[in-house]
Write a protein that binds this ligand. Structure first.
Ligand code: MGD
Ligand code: MGD
Ligand code: SF4
Ligand code: MO
Length: 686
């Protein structure tokens, strides 16, 4: 704690699922959070936050924030009444024990967690259920698994260079990401490179805020990126412009891939799938060769297809040929899991009581609703949802809603009555980051900051960790020895328990408390300029035996996304929105005032055909469902596509999404992710 003139100033961290993981200073007076600011000692975010970050005071004290446990009777009625924590925990503990007695198994108990908060202590929810026994788990994530698996197949891990070094690149290829909205602070390093003469290329079907600032924008067809990457690779090979020494030394399957490029794919197919011409292929090839080092960033938007994983593999292969790997200042970016895996995961790693044997039952997240409905012997009767708003964010929410309707007890831990709360029985209010201790690593940059408690919990809210302790205590009162999770503790001590000598060494500190003086940057081990791979062959695997065993193409090959079926001619893209973070923030006045959402963006040619102007209402529909939205006519969207940013419709847009899955994602995440952008709709004036 630092004493300011009038305020007490604390260090907090934004725990949202965001590349930036900003360190923030919170200003507290008379026990009340009055303002937040960026932390100037954080080298990546450099004293700044995004608009959402500055709005946190509104979030903490939002009139609609729920700060007491509630019970809804009957489920779906909206008839919520306040209950005590004692009553809430008693209902839950008794239900767990009763189910266990009835079925002789904990499989009727299901857990759905996601990325609503990225703190390590929040993983206590998983730790608690593991300490209880073997349950049903919703497996995988709704986010990035296709790209993660593609990287694992090719390179054996998900490492990336320090994103601050992007400032030293001479060209930056932003492929299917929109950092001007989704990774705001990375723009500083991109701009720094530009000031030194770097070229910025954006590859995106939409003219995004990032594309609008680029030197070159390639408006690829949705799902056509693999084709584009292979086209550029083919051209590099034909010209002899690829990295020959690198290919010889590091590429497994090089001859096979080279022969594929030279003899098996035709430019005409590439142009058709990618929607680009030869001039764009040559221009990109020249930039890769003439503006080195090249930083190539694969965004998450581009992998949300049935061929998303293959497209990432093709882009990786192009990066390998173009000398991108291991180059100083350049490199391949997607996610940094090496900075994540360093911690102890003390809160998550708990085992069942001694003598309890078995295994968890897993249901893939892409079809969670269907899976929960279909699960038998024993069926699922109890669902705990934390850090997740699946009725807004998951595909096919109708199936999940139905599954929730069939449960005996649904518990939701959140701060607001979200779309998902409609089908919950019990609402347990949780704290915000200002009301708890936490440690929140980044999946992008190399900084680590501490989150200290700045104010008392608002109302009766509790952290997810404290809820887990309290529930374990009640369970053990009712049935001693039934849960192996601790029944109490000190949050700050649990922060300390996440550290180990290696993290301390990388941070250059001896004690976590030193982080109260300011964030520190991890000194990740140098890779000595030599690229290294963690694949079975220890090489970059253009040819992946693992992929082949899984029934997938062994080398990156030309693949197409789905085509629109005749009744639904428009592809619906639902990427991430500037003013929200998934379903969060769009309830706060500052962010609502700056937002036009929800709208359906469409091209003037479609508007002309349907005689629509901005503001007119349309029905957007397909076999899954329908929804009425105002249109926004814009040249920024190509004619075959309509766009509605996700999160802004309270989940209604995801009612149009089915259970289509990405091609990759099982390895690492346990299940593929939804292929969100393989959704087709029609529109009609209302
Ligand atoms: N159509 C479409 N859908 C998508 C996507 C898309 O591109 N298009 N993207 C997908 C992606 S990439 C992602 S990551 C998912 C995100 O899906 P989710 O992770 O489910 O969504 P969020 O809205 O980030 O967070 C869920 C909830 O966590 C709550 N929360 C915040 N802090 C805490 C806490 O401390 N404890 C608890 N228990 N809860 C807390 C928030 O209030 C919020 O209601 O959405 C996916 N959905
Ligand atoms: N403001 C804000 N920031 C966020 C989030 C948020 O909701 N709002 N969410 C966070 C989370 S959970 C995530 S996963 C990340 C996501 O952040 P990003 O990696 O930026 O991913 P998306 O927003 O899904 O999509 C990025 C771009 O991909 C484009 N795209 C769609 N299809 C294709 C394609 O076939 N090829 C190519 N080349 N491009 C395509 C979209 O038009 C979009 O502009 O952002 C994080 N940061
Ligand atoms: S949402 Fe992202 S950019 Fe905004 S304050 Fe949080 S971590 Fe920073
Ligand atoms: Mo995500």
């Amino acid at each position: 704690m630092v004493l300011g003139k009038e305020y007490q100033v604390y260090r907090n961290v934004c725990p949202r699922n965001c590349f930036c993981t900003c360190s923030m200073l919170s200003y507290v007076r008379h026990g009340r959070l009055e303002k937040v600011a960026g932390d100037p000692l954080h080298g990546f975010t450099r004293g700044r936050l995004c608009a959402k970050g500055y709005a946190y005071v509104q979030r903490v004290y939002a009139p609609e924030r729920v700060v007491f446990p509630l019970r809804q009777e009957p489920r779906g009625s909206g008839n919520w009444r306040r209950i005590s924590w004692t009553e809430a925990l008693d209902i839950i503990a008794r239900k767990i024990l009763e189910i266990k007695g009835r079925y002789g198994s904990l499989w009727p108990i299901a857990l759905y967690v996601h990325y609503g908060h990225l703190g390590l202590l929040h993983l206590a929810v998983e730790g608690f259920f593991d300490a209880l026994g073997f349950i049903t788990k919703i497996q995988g994530n709704l986010c990035w698994s296709a790209g993660l698996e593609a990287n694992l197949l090719d390179m054996g891990r998900n490492l990336q260079p320090d994103p601050e070094t992007m400032a030293n690149a001479r060209s930056i290829i932003i492929w299917g990401a929109n950092p001007a909205w989704t990774a705001l602070h990375q723009m500083h390093f991109i701009d720094a490179a530009r000031r030194l003469g770097a070229l910025v290329v954006v590859i995106d079907p939409l003219i995004t805020a990032t594309a609008a600032q680029a030197d070159l924008h390639i408006q690829v067809n949705p799902g056509g990126d693999g084709a584009l990457a292979l086209g550029v690779a083919k051209y590099l090979v034909e010209k002899g412009w690829y990295e020959k020494d690198f290919a010889k030394k590091y590429l497994l399957g090089w001859e096979e891939f080279k022969s594929y490029l030279q003899n098996k794919i035709k430019y005409t197919d590439i142009y058709r799938v990618a929607g680009v011409d030869q001039a764009s292929i040559e221009e990109l090839a020249k930039i890769l060769v003439e503006h080195r080092p090249v930083a190539l960033w694969k965004g998450m938007g581009l992998q949300r297809y049935t061929n998303g994983g293959q497209n990432i593999r093709a882009i990786n292969a192009l990066a390998a040929l173009a000398g991108c790997l291991g180059s100083s200042g350049g490199g391949l970016y997607y996610a940094s899991l090496q900075t994540w895996d360093l911690f102890n995961f003390h809160a998550r790693n708990w085992s069942p009581p001694p003598g309890v044997k078995g295994e968890h039952r897993y249901l893939p997240i892409t079809r969670a609703g269907e899976g929960l409905l279909a699960a038998q012997e024993p069926p699922v009767k109890f669902l705990w949802i934390a850090r997740a708003n699946p009725l807004s964010q998951a595909p096919d929410p109708a199936a999940l809603q139905q599954a929730m309707s069939n449960m005996e007890l649904v518990v939701l831990v959140d701060q607001f009555l979200t779309s998902t709360s409609q089908y919950a029985d019990l609402f347990l209010p949780c704290t915000t980051q200002f009301e708890e201790w936490e440690i929140i690593p980044s999946y992008w940059h190399w900084w680590v900051a501490i989150n200290q408690q700045a104010i008392s919990p608002v109302g009766e809210s509790k952290s997810d960790l404290e809820i887990a302790w309290n529930l374990s205590a009640r369970l053990n009162e009712l049935s001693p020895g039934s849960c192996n999770f601790p029944t109490g503790g000190d949050e700050e001590e649990w922060v300390a328990a996440e550290f180990n000598p290696y993290v301390y060494q990388l941070l250059g500190i001896k004690d976590y408390r030193e982080l109260l003086q300011g964030p520190r940057k991890l000194k990740m081990p140098e890779r000595g300029g030599e690229p290294s791979f963690a694949t079975p062959s220890r090489k970059y695997e253009l040819y992946s035996a693992k992929a082949r065993q899984a029934g997938l193409p062994a080398i990156p090959v030309l693949t197409s996304p789905l085509s629109p079926p005749p009744p639904y001619p428009f592809r619906l893209l639902t990427p991430h929105f500037q003013g929200g973070n998934n379903s969060q923030f769009l309830n706060l006045p500052w962010l609502i005032s700056g937002s036009r959402e929800p709208v359906l963006r469409l091209h003037p040619a479609i508007a002309d055909k349907l005689n629509l102007k901005s503001g007119d209402l349309v029905r957007v529909y397909n076999d899954q469902g329908e929804l009425v939205l105002p249109v926004l006519v814009t040249q920024r969207v190509p004619p075959q596509v309509v766009v509605c940013y996700q999160g802004g419709t309270g989940g209604k847009i995801n009612r149009l999404l089915g259970g289509v899955e990405t091609d990759l994602g099982k390895e690492g995440a346990g299940a593929p992710a939804p292929a969100y952008f393989e959704t087709f709709v029609n529109i009609a004036r209302v």
